[in-house]
Design a protein around this ligand. Sequence first.
Ligand code: TGC
Ligand code: FAD
Length: 391
Amino acid sequence: RPDLFEAPDYYHMDDLLSDEHILVRDAARAWVKRDISPIIEEYAQKAEFPKQIIGGLAEIGAFGPYIPVEYGGAGLDQISYGLIMQEIERGDSGVRSTASVQSSLVMYPIFAYGSEEQRKKYLPKLATGEFMGCFGLTEPNHGSNPSGMETKFKDMGDHYLLNGAKLWISNAPFADIAVVWAKNEEGRIHGLIVERGMEGFSTPETHNKWSLRASATGELIFDNVKVPKENLLPGKNGLGAPLGCLDSARYGIAWGAIGAAMDCYDTALRYSKERIQFGKPIGATQLQQKKLAEMITEITKAQLLAFRLGQLKNEGRATTAQISMAKRNNVDMAIKIAREARQVLGAMGITGEYSIMRHMMNLESVITYEGTHDIHLLITGADITGLPAFE
Ligand code: TGC
Ligand code: FAD
């Protein structure tokens, strides 16, 4: 089935974008149309990450869009980063996950908290996709409350000894390096770069997911892994270090979710005009128009939220709570649109002939990872009342 996608732009958002934004966005859009849409359903069905797309992701600037050019990044602004995530997630949330993790959870901490040697050693290779990375924060017993993590490392004089386990880690099964968050003997959280091949380090894949099937998810197991001392990120420690990375990834997801919603809306709109029942297109009925009209309204509101957040981020003024609000709102918007759009297609909506059901299932992960829907509400609640409810 040809990829006929037309992006909705009800409030002329393009007028707010610079020439560079449009150039970057259109390149990503064309790549998704050519290299993702034709293959992604097959890879999702067989629950496999399409490794051949890594080079294309690097070419459209999806690995480190805002990392400076001197370290191999694309040197773009935050709105360009958001637009790239939007276009990739229009194709598939799992592909966007791979790009989010590489950019915001692996390249960002190495750039922001790493030594100059670490930046030079890893960033250019991560930007081209020669190295793929993953980010280990969540553990079997600690998801929403990462401060309780049990993974720990001990100073052995000439190296650190790392023990523990991480669960639900995107890209883990094929990653060359892992940015791992662990506690030292004083209980302080630090980031360590663990490389594939280190003795005692394994990354078993997590199977049987009904969501994000085209993204590889796995565990990180550390059994007395000797980590060289130069692999500790020296620039920042404490829970604020991993949470700072999450700010960047959650911002990208706020944009990405718009892409998934756009694709569901566009598919439903097109179908509603073509599908005839009772002698007229279903799009001519008030019930289907209500669904479609509410979809475009919510997409437009989400676009405005993401764009304004991008401006604040460019100015260095976006707060964690503002980012939480946008991640929560936009993912919730997208999952609701996916559910409504699927109904517009009737039985056809449950098949892989159309992308909607795949988006819907993917978004169940997106609404859970990078802070659940509930946790983001509690972050907003804590921000406006000054009374954190998660303590
Ligand atoms: P709390 O007491 O609030 O904070 C601890 C310390 O961190 C500071 N801080 C931040 N610093 C920088 N940036 C931020 N965004 C920060 N947020 C907080 C804070 O000031 C404090 O510093 P200090 O000096 O006072 O110690 O921490 P808490 O333990 O009460 O937890 C708060 C909570 C629940 C909001 C937080 O832990 C949280 O966000 N939980 C959700 C966990 C989560 O999002 N995990 C995501 C794992 S990665 C992932 O899902 C990748 S999926 C990617 C993909 O495939 O696309
Ligand atoms: P829990 O924290 O056990 O939460 C269970 C339920 O309880 C949720 O509904 C939650 O909202 C609710 N809850 C928790 N605390 C409270 C509270 N105080 N008040 C009210 N309700 C509460 N992690 C990584 O580190 N790296 C990755 O690359 C990564 N990739 C992922 C990929 C996928 C496909 C998935 C599904 C997850 C991934 N994660 C990753 C993990 C993800 O971040 C966690 O799943 C998420 O933070 C939630 O943790 P949990 O699943 O343990 O749920």
